[in-house]
Design a protein around this ligand. Structure first.
Ligand SMILES: Cc1cc2nc3c(=O)[nH]c(=O)nc-3n(C[C@H](O)[C@H](O)[C@H](O)COP(=O)(O)OP(=O)(O)OC[C@H]3O[C@@H](n4cnc5c(N)ncnc54)[C@H](O)[C@@H]3O)c2cc1C
Length: 803
């Protein structure tokens, strides 16, 4: 066994084998995999091993289609062929038109990644899958590439290729401890000796937290028991001259595929079970959980109705095994939060299908610092301090119970809520707030006009349209008040702070005390890493503000570049403060009514910051505006938040103050052309492509990413569009098309209530970026005419925030 290597991957299931193989593909061959037992002896060996292209974001589609391409190549390798039923095809059924709308949207989204789904009506579903009934069926989505693979052969094939490239695999070698050294390198302690390495990767499946504990990390990953049955041969299948397609059914909570001449049928029962919460037997190896057929009986009854042949089929065997879940259903693949040189590929609940792609994007991150696609949807840092296995267990149960029922736009499910609140949450609830969840925080979406108001979630504009319109109108004409919680906030101090931040950002930073700048931080490839509002409180104290979920991500990036001479310090204030936003033409009057400061434009112009009292509450106030109106962000310590709220609420009465929520903000920021981090600002594009050239100061002597930015190409550009339709907004991921060809992708969209337009934003081929350019956007799968417009549709002179 080697005593020194570059990377040690811990765990020999699909996650570990794929990572090892892809590291060698990225050029790192001095790498090893350490497995406590035999390869695939965790969950992988007994997986149903279905491999689909279906994903709900472009990154997920990209990584799944990578799996399919890779598995096909492995299957066709004459030296070591493996069993892969490639391209049996699969149907995802739908029991409502809303689900069909979702499928139309996902089909449009996948097109830009070169993946074609087909939308089927109910009869066509039954024609392609002759064993199903069409009762209550609205139709389905067809994935022609769907199939299944032999999981053990797949892992052996990946390990074999990795070994051929120079990697080594040590079986029956349990990792017993991890020691990190001052230079951030590691020693991996195993029962067979120590291995020193630069980087460790946790790929330990359901034992994720045994290895996590060895490095002092608690991963928000939970295991659920999951069962499938294998039937005896089914005569109707034997009679067919082709394999039956795979089936996933959100109506009846099951999936099925052909296995030999019978069926494999898996269940997502409501009465489901977490597994291993209080520790896992060390001898649970190549093992299964006890069969529990009673639990799945209610699902089975529905399965019989959907596929009557199953009722007659004998059960050959039952598999019940642990499957890992995370808080939002997507795995954790990338850097381990608050650690250096440590990565994970964990929480895989569809790891056979996705594992090829996850290992690919992880290896790219390890070797190059970033993958070719933005990986935020799988980034382990997307959850922050609130994420733990207790919370994850509740979300895992909810997710399991809704396995094939995707979230609809603006849908926030109830499990594990509230997670994070402020002292104002009950106050806002009493005011009629409807909340959404942002990184665990309960954030007000809008205020319900009646106590019995209920939103119908779907892809069309719904009842909230008029509610949000009224909130926007109040902000535009009088003054509005809202809470923005969870906003990420670092206090950066020290004599070197300003110069260091300047070297981190491609933008001009206003150094003078009392000034605020919007800045962009680039990665080594010159693409957008972070967006930060920098507020200079005094010569040595800067507040760094960024999106609610960005805390661990941004801290990681800043820490990696922090000067070693102790001249800069970073302290998180994220959980200590909350923002109250006042916005609208009368917001200056409101501030003046509760604070003795001079708020005139001369004394406190747009993009200023100062400390002030709001009533009796101390606050840091910034004259910044995401709505485009005259507006102030009031950052208040949580202990005094209610006091500040009361002061504003009471003083606002005579000014016509109204409350508003994040959906109104969303409408207004689209009109202004302002961006959302990780929707419109992603690591696949640089700031010039993102049409943020005004924030780039190329004449600065140096900043992170400068060289790459200067030599970057600009094949796509960010644009704003106005759509010629009033029934529905576009969705992130929808395709832009011209002459039937995909030319771009929508990143965010919605109705602009002040301008009365259906607005969308996204990246499009450079030839279509001139304002006035005509193209089409697929809205719920239907092409809608769209016109490229100037990004700022409301108050382009910025006269309103200047007041
Ligand atoms: C019943 C069932 C059906 C499924 N069906 C599908 C499906 O159809 N399609 C699909 O895509 N996915 C499916 N899945 C999920 C899929 O099987 C998993 O996502 C995948 O196998 C997880 O792989 P992994 O490598 O993350 O974990 P594992 O396979 O559990 O591998 C982890 C490895 O780490 C090793 N390890 C742990 N601790 C240590 C240590 N201290 N030192 C060294 N090694 C260690 C373990 O021994 C193990 O080999 C199914 C799962 C179940 C349970």
């Amino acid at each position: 066994m080697k005593q020194q290597t570059r990377v040690v991957v811990i765990g020999g299931g699909i996650a570990g084998c794929s990572t090892l193989y892809h590291l060698t593909q990225e050029g790192w061959t001095d790498v090893v995999l350490v497995e406590r037992d035999e390869l695939t002896s965790g969950t992988t060996w007994h997986s149903a091993a279905q491999v689909t292209n279906f994903g709900m974001t472009q990154t997920m589609v990209a990584l799944k289609s990578h799996s399919i391409r890779l598995y096909k190549e492995l299957a066709d390798d004459p030296e070591y062929p493996i069993n892969y039923h490639h391209g049996d095809g699969g149907i995802r059924l739908a029991g409502s038109q809303t689900t069909m709308d979702g499928y139309r949207h996902f089909a449009s989204m996948a097109k830009a990644m070169g993946v074609e789904y087909e939308i089927l009506d109910a009869d066509e579903c039954a024609r392609r899958h002759p064993l199903i009934t069409t009762d209550g069926l609205s139709g389905g989505l067809w994935d022609p590439m769907d199939g299944d693979i032999d999981p053990a052969q797949l892992c052996q094939a990946l390990a074999r290729r990795a070994r051929k490239a120079g990697a080594e695999v040590y079986r029956n070698t349990p990792v017993t401890g991890l020691t990190q050294h001052k230079d951030d390198s590691w020693t991996v302690h195993t029962e067979k000796g120590d291995i020193d390495c630069e980087i460790v990767v946790n790929a330990c499946g359901y034992r994720v937290n045994e290895v996590g504990a060895m490095m002092g990390v608690h991963h928000p990953v939970m295991s659920m028991e999951h069962q499938y049955f294998l039937t005896e041969p089914v005569p109707e299948i034997e009679a067919l001259d082709h394999r039956v397609p795979l089936l996933r059914c959100p109506i009846d909570d099951f999936y099925s595929r052909q296995e030999k001449n019978g069926l494999l049928v898996g269940f997502y029962e409501q009465d489901c079970r977490t597994w291993g919460m209080d520790g896992i037997d060390p001898h649970f190896v190549n093992a299964l959980c006890p069969e529990d057929t009673d639990r799945v009986l209610p699902v089975l009854e529905n399965v019989f109705k959907r596929m009557p042949v199953i009722e007659e089929a004998g059960i050959h065997s039952i598999i019940n095994g642990p499957i890992t879940y995370t808080i939002d259903g997507a795995p954790l693949v990338g850097p381990i939060p608050n650690k250096r040189n440590a990565f994970c590929i964990i929480g895989l609940r569809a790891g056979l299908g996705e594992g090829g792609g996850h290992g690919w994007l992880l290896a790219q991150q390890i070797v190059h610092g970033e993958a070719q696609y933005d990986t935020w949807v799988i980034d382990p840092r997307r959850f922050t301090t609130h994420a733990n296995v207790e919370l994850c267990a509740l979300k895992a149960i909810e997710d399991y119970q809704n396995e094939f029922r995707f979230h609809l736009p603006h849908e926030h499910r109830p499990a594990a809520r509230p997670m994070k609140t402020t002292p104002l949450t009950p106050v806002l609830a009493a005011e009629g707030a409807e909340f959404g969840v942002v990184n665990g925080w309960e954030r007000v979406a809008y205020f319900k006009p009646r106590t019995d108001f209920v939103e119908t979630h779907g892809y069309h504009f719904n009842e909230t349209f008029e509610v949000v319109a009224a909130e926007v109108e109040a902000v535009q004409n009088t003054v509005g008040l809202t809470e923005v919680n969870g906003f990420n906030r670092f206090e950066i101090t020290g004599p070197g702070a300003m110069n260091w931040l300047d070297s981190m950002s491609c933008s001009a930073i206003k150094r003078a005390a009392g000034k605020v700048s919007l800045t962009y931080l680039l990665n080594q490839a010159g693409n957008i890493k972070c967006e930060a509002t920098l507020a200079t409180l005094d010569d040595d104290t800067i507040w760094y503000g960024s999106a609610a979920a960005s805390e661990f991500h941004d801290k990681d990036w800043l820490d990696a570049h922090l000067p070693t001479d102790g001249s800069v310090h970073i302290r998180s204030l994220t959980n200590d403060y909350t923002i109250l936003v006042v916005a609208g033409p009368r917001s200056r009057e409101l501030l003046s009514a509760v604070s003795r400061e001079d708020w005139s434009p001369r004394a406190f112009p747009w993009l200023s910051v100062r400390k002030a009292f709001i009533g009796i509450a101390p606050a840091v106030v910034m004259s910044v505006s995401f709505s485009g109106e005259l507006a102030y962000e009031i950052h208040v310590p949580n202990a005094q938040l209610y006091a500040a709220w009361l002061a504003l609420r009471q003083a606002g009465e005579s000014l016509g103050l109204q409350l508003f929520g994040s959906q109104a903000v969303e409408s207004m920021r689209l009109e202004k052309g302002y961006r959302h981090w990780k929707a419109d600002l992603i690591t696949e594009f640089n700031p010039l492509e993102s049409n943020l050239g005004r924030f780039v100061k190329l004449d600065k002597p140096a900043f992170v990413g400068k060289q790459a930015l200067e030599s970057g190409s600009h094949e796509q550009r960010f644009v704003s569009l106005v759509l010629d339709c009033t029934h529905a907004p576009a969705q992130p991921g929808d395709s832009m098309v011209s002459d039937g060809r995909v030319i771009g992708t929508i990143t965010s969209a919605g109705w602009g209530h002040r301008v009365g337009k259906n607005i969308a934003m996204g990246f499009v081929e450079s030839a279509f970026t001139t304002p006035g350019s005509q193209l089409q956007v697929e809205v719920i799968g239907q092409p809608v005419n769209a016109t490229v417009v100037e990004p700022c549709l409301y108050d382009p002179q910025y006269s309103k925030p200047r007041g």
